[in-house]
Design a protein around this ligand. Structure first.
Ligand code: DC
Length: 219
């Protein structure tokens, strides 16, 4: 089957849809955002200056990072400690742009992503640069989009369902800020690969989107 890339902005439905798609196709799933988040958390925990990418790279080289999947959830272990929930905290979300903008850190993570694909053979991988930079020869490239109010609403409901206190306007502002840094960084920015198929998920259910992508893959 090969490589299926799913890129798009925060809240476009990438994670949920990619997991379901991978399950349906019986292949592995790679959550590349979790990798950037894990590196951010590691650097924060070590008290490093988040702009000092050389120091963060040193720490990364000494750290044991493990990514796996359990009941449709990405499990991230840093030196054997499960940090799957901590990497989703608002503090990590607010700081991840420092790591995402650092070329040497991106290089290391891109290498891990390509290695994972090589080991697995077939994968569904989601992120920002999977179709444009990491896997330019992927068999199927999808770019998911949705208007910002819908994306903020989805995040709001997700957090509420987890029992977390949240404010819709704050979530929307954070999404707008992240869109801006994701689109404007010099390396690995969020963009649709020229040969990617764009799907606007604003008014589609998750199942509909999965069905549309499955049709594309099976063609
Ligand atoms: O998909 P996510 O929200 O978990 O991603 C968190 C951040 O990680 C995102 O704002 C930018 C960065 N990221 C990236 O730069 N490249 C990727 N392939 C995936 C995520």
């Amino acid at each position: 089957m090969g490589i299926i890339t799913i890129d798009g902005p925060a809240g476009s439905g990438k994670s949920t849809i990619s997991k379901l798609l991978a399950k349906e196709l019986g292949i592995s799933f790679l959550d590349t955002g979790a990798m950037y988040r894990a590196l951010t958390l590691m650097a924060m925990n070590a008290g490093l200056d988040l702009q000092d990418s050389a120091k963060i790279k040193e720490l990364f080289d000494k750290t044991e990072l493990k990514f796996s999947s359990e009941n449709n959830k990405t499990v991230v272990e840093i030196n054997g400690v499960d940090c799957s929930d901590l990497i989703r905290s608002p503090q990590v979300t607010a700081n991840v742009h420092f790591i995402a903008a650092a070329p040497i850190l991106r290089e290391s993570l891109v290498e891990l992503q390509r290695q994972f694909a090589k080991e697995q053979g077939s994968i569904v991988t989601e992120g920002r640069d999977q179709g444009s930079v990491v896997f330019p020869d992927a068999e199927v490239k999808i770019y998911l989009n949705a208007d910002v109010d819908q994306r903020a609403n989805r995040r709001f409901k997700e957090l509420q369902a987890r029992g977390e206190k949240c404010d819709l306007q704050e979530i929307k502002d954070a999404i707008i800020a992240r869109d801006c840094s994701d689109r404007n960084r010099e390396v690995g920015s969020l963009k649709k690969a020229a040969d990617a198929i764009e799907i606007d998920t604003s008014h589609m259910s998750i199942d509909e989107v999965v069905r549309v992508i499955l049709e594309i893959v099976r063609k």
